[in-house]
Ligand binder design. Structure first.
Ligand code: PSU
Ligand code: MN
Length: 302
């Protein structure tokens, strides 16, 4: 396995010392946001984590090598180049064996973070069960990996391009604890709430860190999902974003967009239709998640 993975020196050192490390995905950079906002955000998120005295480890595959922790030049390649494939778990071996470049999703980042020994992972939003998923069977591998990867995930919930209710049901089936930070309702990415109650609510990071620690000490194989509502001042009200989402889904069906292309397609359509407003919200919530993720990772140090 060592032949395929390169852990950045700083990340390696932190893991050895038991210092807090926060893993980050790269699909959000390569396929979730446009240049140059993607690069600026990726760097800002790393800085937020460093300022909290934790070490960021952005994950990507470059020239077939799995990189845990990126140099700025590598980050820039992921953000700028057109040759960076979207890599979920099933594409990892292909991209490695063919020496290609890939940006990792929540699923593949979790898997690789776990191989490196990292316990906390921060993203914007996770994948889930798509609307009409009970017929199309479009269910993100993110959920499968959450069922069998002991890495905590901090996200702003799931977008309503997904079926939030079915996603929460599936997380229950898969045995994944779901905690919402300081809210009774599970957040819906652009909005701080959704119509769905969160299975658990916790108000402080030490309490969350203790639950995660206990979950892993008991040998549970699943993840813990920590949902962090976008700050009120940055949110887009549920009803407002809903019509844009519906228009984007209809357009994706007319254009016969399928499989792994659906999520990036919808994100791009919604960003354009909202005149960049959804992008600003996206950036704000990722930063907000980085703060919480770093706080949790720090609280797990001791
Ligand atoms: N949701 C977002 N932004 C994203 C993604 C999801 O709000 O950028 C990305 C993440 O990398 C996630 C992936 O893991 O999309 C899920 O893709 P799919 O639905 O094809 O499994
Ligand atoms: Mn899918």
């Amino acid at each position: 396995m060592k032949n395929h993975i390169e852990i950045h020196k700083e990340v390696q050192e932190a893991l050895k010392q038991g210092q807090a490390v926060v893993a980050l995905e790269s699909t959000i950079i390569a396929h979730g946001m446009p240049w140059p906002e993607n690069m600026e955000t990726a760097m800002a998120v790393e800085k937020i984590i460093r300022d909290k005295n934790a070490i960021p480890a952005t994950i990507a595959i470059l020239d077939g090598k799995i990189c845990i922790g990126l140099k700025n030049s590598q980050l820039e390649h992921v953000a700028k180049s057109k040759d960076v494939l979207k890599v979920s778990t099933r594409e990892i071996a292909y991209v490695c064996s063919s020496g290609k470049n890939g940006a990792t999703t929540v699923a593949s980042s979790m898997k690789l973070a776990s191989l490196a020994g990292i316990k906390v992972f921060v993203t914007g939003g996770t994948g889930g069960v798509h609307r009409n998923g009970e017929n199309t069977m479009d269910v993100s591998t993110d959920l499968t990996l959450m069922s069998k990867t002991p890495v905590a995930v901090v996200s702003a919930g799931v977008k309503s391009i997904l079926d939030i209710g079915l996603t929460l049901e599936t997380l229950e089936t898969l045995g994944v604890p779901v905690i919402t930070f300081r809210s009774d309702y599970f957040p819906s990415f652009y909005s701080s709430a959704s119509p769905y109650l969160s299975p658990l609510r916790m108000n402080d990071t030490a309490e969350i860190a203790k639950l995660i620690r206990t979950h892993f000490e008991l040998g549970m194989e699943s993840s813990v999902l920590v949902a962090n509502p976008v700050p009120h001042e940055n949110e887009i009200p549920y009803d407002e974003i809903e019509s844009l989402i519906q228009t984007a889904i209809n357009k994706s069906q007319r254009n016969d967009i399928k499989g792994k292309d659906i999520t990036p397609y919808l994100l791009k359509e919604i960003a354009e239709a909202s005149g960049g407003r959804s992008l600003a919200t996206n950036i704000a919530l990722i930063k907000n998640n980085a703060v919480l993720g770093a706080d949790i990772a720090k609280a797990m140090e001791f």
